[in-house]
Design a protein around this ligand. Structure first.
Ligand SMILES: C[S@@+](CC[C@H](N)C(=O)[O-])C[C@H]1O[C@@H](n2cnc3c(N)ncnc32)[C@H](O)[C@@H]1O
Length: 268
């Protein structure tokens, strides 16, 4: 198991991942990156297995997907839920060598590097080493994560900025992981590197239940793990902060966006 617990670890993490992962987005992003039938795919940090399942559709006929995650609970759920002869799930810490899994033609690393500010290049290098010649590495992450909202009351905006700074320092979180992806592939001298940017969260008007639940969990985890002294500003501490954020977030006038950066390259 990794030394530090995954930032979003909670009893509801499977539910959060299942609710927020949209199959059509995974398909669209993987096609953009160049996934093709017949390829052998690694889904590094596969969570509940939903992404692996959709990647599998795209490599049929003849392809195979291996989902890798350190959470025994999420791997057990994935094995129960997404059953196919060409789909397997491995419980493994991706900070440790993965060479036993063999070579891959396409590697998917989405919403992972944001959790590893310090080790991101080591993770990317490890994935690169697993790629067959001509294989594709697809990195996808958010930029300005949790930080782009209008019109956040100024006290809430200041607190949120401090919370994210604390998470970067204490939890190795990287709210700016997205902007670093191109440099990772450039430094590896990958070929045919392409970059795209799309809105991940684009939230205005009435709130969808999946967005409400996702952001409630994000703020709860951020508040609990940031070590921020909420008592300075909120009578009932972190609970007060989460309550105020939720009140802001439920207002249909609120506007929130998060840029998602997609970057893909081929191994020479
Ligand atoms: C945000 S979720 C997965 C999202 C998924 N990749 C997607 O495309 O939607 C991150 C996952 O990475 C896993 N993870 C975090 N650190 C890990 C590590 N060192 N080794 C393996 N899995 C890890 C967590 O258990 C969690 O299930």
């Amino acid at each position: 198991m990794p030394d530090r617990a995954y930032l979003m670890e909670s009893a509801t993490e499977i539910e959060r991942l299942e609710m927020k992962t949209r199959g059509e987005d995974v398909i669209d992003q993987a096609l953009w990156a160049g996934i093709k039938p017949g390829q052998r795919v690694a889904d590094i940090g596969c969570g509940s297995g939903k992404t692996s399942f959709h990647l599998l559709e795209l490599v049929q006929p003849g392809g195979e997907v291996v989902g890798i995650d350190a959470s025994a609970e999420r791997i057990a759920y994935a094995r129960r839920t997404y059953v196919h002869p060409s789909l397997s799930f491995v419980c493994h810490d991706f900070l440790e060598p993965l060479n036993d899994l063999g070579g891959f033609d396409f590697i998917w690393i989405r919403f992972i590097l944001e959790h590893y500010r310090k080790e991101s290049m080591t993770i990317v290098q490890g994935a690169y080493d697993l790629l067959n010649q001509g294989g594709i590495l697809c990195l996808i992450d958010l930029d300005h994560n949790c930080l782009s909202h209008h019109e956040l009351p100024s006290s809430l905006a200041r607190t949120l900025e401090d919370v994210m700074k604390n998470l970067a320092q204490l939890e190795n979180f990287d709210p700016f992981a997205g902007r670093k992806l191109y440099a990772h592939l450039y430094d590896l001298k990958m070929l045919n590197i392409q970059v795209d940017m799309r809105p991940h969260n684009l939230i205005y008007g009435d709130l969808r239940e999946s967005d409400r639940f996702n952001w409630e969990q994000k703020m709860l985890m951020a508040a609990q793990k940031s070590g921020f002294l909420f008592e300075k500003y909120y009578e009932n501490g972190a609970e007060g902060f989460c309550h105020d954020f939720q009140r802001y977030f439920l207002d249909p006038r609120r506007f929130t966006y998060t840029p998602m950066i997609l970057c893909r390259g081929e191994k020479p």
